[in-house]
Design a protein around this ligand. Structure first.
Ligand SMILES: Cc1cc2nc3c(=O)[nH]c(=O)nc-3n(C[C@H](O)[C@H](O)[C@H](O)COP(=O)(O)O)c2cc1C
Length: 282
């Protein structure tokens, strides 16, 4: 039994659950999950990769529509072209295995055509459901990988060069990347990045942000005590040098640089309208 959440060094530090809960090795693994960006040369056998993909596609799926797909990128030429777009993130090119998790609003449409019930799926609902399915498959893959001793890193920067990525992967209309996933045996133990406390993320009965500022301040201090980033201040020439530089200042600065510019426009060229669907005919 353990009273805290994953121990002192876990995502939730010393969080008190208010009672004893079962100690399960898999749950402990979930609570200690971390991203890995450096991998050893040890190859990952194809059978293991397929096992991970089977686990990924065992994730829950909205309406059983199964609107996630994956590209398992093995071809070196395509992989190199993709990696060259992101020189700041060499792990995209060097990870032993690389997947791209796709939101796939196309397959349901094609199946409708096959069965003689043609129904466009480019409204916001189709985009949203496909995105959620792909994200659930992605995270299921991550957790399955960790139980096998593998490490992973999701890659959303793909969307920053969406036209090139779409070309490299030959994505057809209504299929789009949610995130890539680097995968391999970790070269290092990695680092657990502490999460916001449950008081900030869990609302009882109604949404209530009255305690947010205090919770974030306290979280910043706890996180700083475990792992200070004061010497890695983001863009001081733009934002100045903060006396105390914690997670919230860092994220507020990071969010000032927009990402995914051009993604919405690209999706609109790929058959997404983002409208509400037409109400059903009476
Ligand atoms: C959807 C998604 C996209 C991400 N994209 C990137 C990325 O493009 N490059 C990268 O190095 N890390 C990426 N990450 C990893 C996050 O930076 C990482 O999860 C975060 O810093 C928290 O660390 P932790 O996963 O170890 O808790 C991504 C994570 C998620 C969930």
């Amino acid at each position: 039994m353990f009273g805290g959440v994953g121990g002192r060094h876990g995502h939730h530090g010393d969080t008190n659950l208010g009672g004893d809960v079962p100690e399960l090795p898999w749950l402990r693994q979930v609570l200690l999950r971390r991203t890995h960006r450096r991998y050893s040369d040890r190859p990952v056998p194809d059978a293991l990769v397929r096992l991970l993909l089977a686990a990924a596609f065992s994730a829950s799926s909205k309406s059983d529509f199964q609107q996630a797909s994956v590209v398992w990128l093995n071809d070196c030429t395509r992989r190199d072209r993709l990696a060259a777009l992101f020189p700041d993130m060499p792990w995209i090119g060097t990870a032993p295995v690389f997947f791209v998790f796709l939101g796939d609003a196309r397959r349901l449409e094609t199946i409708g055509e096959m069965r003689g019930h043609k129904q466009p799926n480019g409204a916001l609902e189709g985009f949203f459901n496909a995105t959620v399915d792909a994200a659930l498959a992605l995270q299921t893959c991550i957790l399955a990988a960790e139980t096998l001793g593998l490490g992973t890193c999701p890659i959303s920067v793909l969307r920053n060069h969406i036209a090139e990525v779409g070309d490299i992967l030959e994505l057809p209309n209504r299929v789009f990347p949610v995130a890539g996933l680097c995968l391999g045996y970790p070269a290092q133990t990695g680092f657990i990045s502490m999460r916001l406390p449950l008081e900030a993320t869990v609302h009882i009965d109604r949404y209530d942000e009255s305690g947010l500022a205090a919770a974030v301040d306290a979280y910043d201090r706890r996180r700083d005590a475990r792992h200070s980033i004061k010497d890695r201040q983001r863009a001081p020439e733009r934002f100045g040098t903060a006396e105390f530089y914690g997670w919230s200042e860092d994220k507020a600065r990071q969010a000032m640089t927009p990402e995914g510019v051009g993604f919405a426009a690209w999706l609109k060229t790929r058959g997404f309208t983002f409208d509400d669907p037409e109400p059903p005919a009476e």
